[in-house]
Every structure is written in structure tokens, then in C-alpha cells.
Design a protein around this ligand. Structure first.
Ligand code: AG3
Length: 275
């Protein structure tokens, strides 16, 4: 079988995966939702033809968008995940023992349903009493809940179309205000190879709104360029000062107490984005 899915990662770069079948395809009011099965990485979620996650490599992204921030806080009790309809980020947050409640705010019910049905390996147990699922606009939810969350995770799609508002300075200000006094947020912020001006702008905005802004890295093989940035805005706790020996090690595959610190060691061309 020689059928390939192609993502146009930008005008000059494509990624292709040999696939065996389309498991699900639906046009929701928000986007085109598709789950395909690939030979190399297993089932894969595509939103508007852009790879979001796959069973084979999702652990990198979902562990890194959650545990780095969770382990920076001494006692993260309430966590908000904006987006991330595949459920991988919520699943990881639920593994942290101090977390009492995770609010999951996803705008597209179609993605939640597709994940429940086709991606049980990635998503969380919808009946977990610690989870509150809200199908709605994350921007609105953040604006309406001041001083509520210890950590906010922004697990969005690329900064085009519906996700644009999740990367604005106004939104980061509302995220700041929705956090408790020593809270922090983490957002996925694209490729340091291909999105440099974008990352510079995000870093500058976050740094002007929060007492501290940090960029860290992970490696997601299916995303453009592989090397991927996460940006953190934090009110009090510095992720770089975390004592690795105090982190409760979970059975994670990419994140570890050592990787926690290593993720903030940036190659000069990435460090330059913070100037
Ligand atoms: N969020 C999407 C990250 C951006 C991927 N970009 C791309 N492939 N062009 C991932 C959602 C996983 N919960």
C-alpha cells in the first residue's frame, strides 16, 4: 500500500506519512477533523490537514507541556488546559499527585469525541472526578475566572485561524490575571527554525506581562523542524532553579528530573530569540 498523507508545513517544506486508512473524518463548525492510521507512528490526529499528535510520538509533547510547569510549582492544585482536545495534556496533568482539579476548556466538541472514540491511548478518562470538561471558548473562560488557577496550559494549534487569539498580548494578560499569586502558564510556541519572529514577539510579550519568562525545548519528530519551543510565564517560581532531586519521578518517556533542567539549556540561535 502506497498512500501518503502530506502536510504542507510551510510554503517550502512538506512532511509525508505512509498511511493505511482514514479512521475518522468530519467537518465541525471549527475545523476539519481527521484521524488516520500511519505505518510509522500509528494513529494520528489531523486538524485542517495539520499534524497535531500521533500515538507514536505524543509523549514528548504532552509530557513536556505539563510536567515542566507542574514540577516548578511546590503544590499545583488547580490546573486549566485550554485546547488540547486530544486529551493528552489533561492525561499527563492527572498523573501529578498534588493536582486536585483539572478544568479542560476545548472549543470543538468534535475533537473531544474523536479522541474518545479513536485515540483512547492518548486521551484521559472522561469520568475522572478530578476533571471538569467545558466545551467553550478558552479566551472567554480565562477572562471570566480571575485568580483561580495555579497553572494554565495552552495546548493550541498553530497561530493561524481559530488559535490566533491564544497568542495575543491581551490573552497573556488575562492568563496572568486568571492565575493565583504564584502561578505560571506554559504555551506551545512553534519552531525555533521556522518561526523566529513569532517566538521573539511571544517572548517579549510574556516577559513584559510576567515577572519571569522562560523558553524551553522538546523534540517532536512530526512537527516542522522537529525541535519545538514552549514558552512559560511565571509569577514567582523559576523553573531553572528547581532542585531535580526533589522532583517525584514518574514513569515518563521523555521528561525526567534531569531533562527538566536540560530543557532550558538553549543553543545560541534559540537564546538569541530572548533578546
Ligand atoms: N498542538 C499543535 C502543535 C502545532 C503543530 N504544528 C504543526 N504540525 N504544523 C498539538 C496538540 C496536541 N495536544
Amino acid at each position: 500500500m502506497n498512500v501518503w498523507f502530506t502536510e504542507y508545513q510551510n510554503n517550502d517544506l512538506i512532511i509525508g506519512c505512509r498511511m493505511s486508512q482514514v479512521l475518522h473524518h468530519e467537518k465541525t463548525p471549527f475545523q476539519d477533523v481527521m484521524v488516520v492510521d500511519t505505518f510509522l507512528l500509528g494513529k494520528m490526529l489531523l486538524l485542517d490537514d495539520v499534524i497535531q499528535t500521533s500515538v507514536g510520538d505524543e509523549f514528548v509533547y504532552h509530557e513536556m507541556i505539563t510536567h515542566v510547569g507542574l514540577n516548578t510549582l511546590p503544590n499545583p492544585r488547580r490546573v486549566l488546559v485550554v485546547g488540547g482536545g486530544d486529551g493528552g495534556a489533561v492525561r499527563e496533568v492527572l498523573r501529578n499527585k498534588s493536582v486536585e482539579k483539572v478544568t479542560h476548556c476545548e472549543i470543538d466538541r468534535g475533537v473531544i469525541e474523536a479522541a474518545q472514540k479513536f485515540l483512547p491511548e492518548i486521551t484521559y478518562d472522561i469520568n475522572d472526578p478530578r476533571v471538569e470538561l467545558i466545551i467553550g471558548d478558552g479566551i472567554k473562560h480565562v477572562m471570566e475566572n480571575k485568580n483561580t488557577y495555579d497553572m494554565i496550559i495552552i495546548d493550541s494549534t498553530d497561530p493561524i485561524g481559530p488559535a490566533v487569539g491564544l497568542f495575543s498580548a491581551e490573552f497573556y494578560q488575562s492568563v496572568h490575571d486568571a492565575l493565583t499569586e504564584d502561578g505560571l502558564f506554559v504555551a506551545q510556541t512553534e519552531s525555533p527554525f521556522f518561526d523566529r519572529d513569532f517566538i521573539k514577539r511571544i517572548y517579549k510579550d510574556v516577559d513584559s506581562i510576567f515577572p519571569m519568562a522562560r523558553i524551553y525545548l522538546g523534540n517532536v519528530p512530526t512537527y516542522p523542524g522537529g525541535l519545538w519551543t514552549f514558552t512559560m510565564g511565571t509569577k514567582k517560581h523559576d523553573p531553572i532553579k528547581v532542585d531535580a532531586s526533589k522532583i517525584t519521578a514518574l514513569d515518563t518517556k521523555f521528561y525526567s528530573p534531569e531533562v527538566h533542567g536540560a530543557a532550558f539549556v538553549l543553543p545560541p540561535f534559540v537564546k538569541a530569540l530572548m533578546k
